[in-house]
Design a protein around this ligand. Structure first.
Ligand code: NAD
Length: 438
């Protein structure tokens, strides 16, 4: 591949690169985009990527920042900030979720867009990487406010999205209903376009199996890794941080496959039961309560304590940066499966690698969602539906294939994250070269 040059002693990775491509030392203080770019640069070094290609792949292609004026139910107008960022489109239309969260600023959305590029290449779906976000607290908004916010945001980004250009999906703080509003708002101007978003309700052209797909992919990955690490998956003790879409389905499907879920948490704290949590009772509890922490069938733990519990598999499924140098030395799980995006800081990643902890990186572990989003998009553009068995079978095939590839690339002893990034960066660089980007 011509993007790769011979390594030479003066071939500094920072030579002739822009500020955004600067290589930093790993630390907890890195911003999410610096952290994502750090893993990319490590890979670019190993692959001996040429400086011009390195610059293209370490920066974003297009960034749209928009004002999102929102009329509140009480008549006030608040002005929120929204973003749609396209990182790299060499392998296909841009694809990535939309996050409604207070931390969703330009840097975080950039990081998530870059991770989508690497994830889509690793799972081998024909998409580039993108992400969107609106900086807000969705839990404080009424249904009407959420709908108005979504419609306005969709209008503001409609210039750069499209069925064959850029296809949003749900992420933290958004769900199938939000996708339904996005599809409706876009369709009003552009005609019926179910393929404009994925993760829609099935009634509107969504795919069966999409809602649980990220969790199902996490469980498949965990099972495959356990097999190779001689951990008996049936009966494995699992701790999950985050009990939203991804955490909930990971717990539910994991339990169906025989794991014992001993701890879970949400933003308000967690619960732990050494003998295994009664997930049915927990679900019942959440029908009447907004918080997991007051569930009576278990001991309360803080989110910090939860990460350090004795278990076989730890699954962070909430926010970025929760595993850092402050707790990496105290994590007891021998296997971490990153269901969240960016839960481990680069500095903690190095500490855990040195301690021999196996980390399944986010770009592999949570790729099940975008995989079924791809199936949904394919169904939409072909106007032909699949049944759930076919969706799950194809998801299983792609997740196990990608996991096999990552383990094969890591056979020389490097970490799964490094192996995964090397596969992805090579694929994207090759596509960019074929297109003539550099
Ligand atoms: P969600 O909004 O449905 O749920 C988020 C969960 O995390 C909630 O239980 C919330 O209470 C908890 N949480 C929020 N802040 C927290 C904190 N500071 N500490 C502990 N818990 C906290 O979101 P989701 O869709 O389940 O996404 C979770 C993670 O998975 C995110 O990192 C997201 O980017 C990633 N992800 C999601 C998908 C998807 O298909 N939804 C796909 C790939 C990756």
């Amino acid at each position: 591949m011509k993007t790769v040059k011979e390594a030479s002693p003066d071939n500094s990775s920072t030579t002739a690169l822009g500020e955004s491509a600067r290589v930093l030392a790993p630390s907890d203080g890195m911003t999410p985009f610096e952290a994502a770019t750090f893993f990319f640069h490590q890979s670019a070094d190993r692959l001996g990527l040429r400086d011009d290609m390195r610059e293209v792949l370490s920066t974003t292609y297009r960034e749209l920042a928009v004002q999102v004026p929102l009329r509140m139910d009480d008549g006030r107008m608040v002005v929120l900030r929204g973003y749609r960022i396209q990182h790299n489109g060499a392998r296909g239309p841009y694809k990535g979720g939309v996050r409604y969260h207070e931390s969703a600023d330009l840097d975080e959305v950039r990081a998530l867009a870059a991770l989508m590029t690497w994830k889509n290449a690793l799972i081998d779906v024909p998409f580039g990487g993108a992400k969107g976000g609106v900086q807000c607290e969705p839990g404080l908004l009424s249904r009407g406010e959420l709908e108005r916010l979504t419609r306005r945001f969709t209008d503001m980004i409609s210039y750069i999205i499209g069925v064959t250009r850029d296809i949003p999906a749900p992420d933290m703080g958004t769900n199938a209903q939000v996708m339904a509003w996005m599809m409706d708002a876009y369709g009003k101007k552009n005609g019926y376009s179910p393929g404009i978003v994925t993760g829609k309700p099935v009634e509107l052209g969504g795919s069966p199996g999409r809602e649980e797909a990220t969790g199902r992919g996490v469980v498949i990955c965990a099972r495959e890794v356990a097999k190779r690490k001689a951990v008996n998956f049936e009966g494995a003790r699992v701790v999950i941080q985050g009990f939203g879409n991804v955490g909930y389905w990971t717990a539910k499907l994991g339990a169906e496959m025989g794991v014992t879920v001993v701890g879970v948490s949400d933003v308000g704290g967690g619960v732990y039961n050494d003998k295994g949590l009664d997930l049915v009772a927990l679900e019942g509890h959440l029908e009447d309560s907004l918080s997991l922490a007051d569930f009576s069938g278990a001991e309360s733990v803080t989110n910090e304590e939860l990460l350090e519990l004795e278990c076989d598999i730890l699954i962070p499924a909430a926010v970025h940066g929760v595993i850092n140098t402050g707790n990496a030395g105290d994590i007891k799980a021998p296997i971490i499966v990153e269901a969240a995006n960016g839960p481990t800081t680069p500095a903690a990643d190095e500490m855990l690698n040195e301690r021999g902890v196996t980390i399944v990186p986010d770009i592999l572990a949570n790729a099940g969602g975008v995989t079924v989003s791809y199936f949904e998009w394919v169904q939409n553009i072909q106007h032909f539906t699949w049944d759930v068995d076919q969706v799950n079978l194809q998801l299983e095939k792609r997740m196990t294939r990608a996991t096999d590839e990552v383990f094969a690339a890591a056979a020389g002893g490097q970490s799964l994250r490094r192996a995964a990034f090397d596969i992805s960066v090579k694929r994207v660089a090759h596509a960019a070269e074929l297109r003539g980007y550099v």
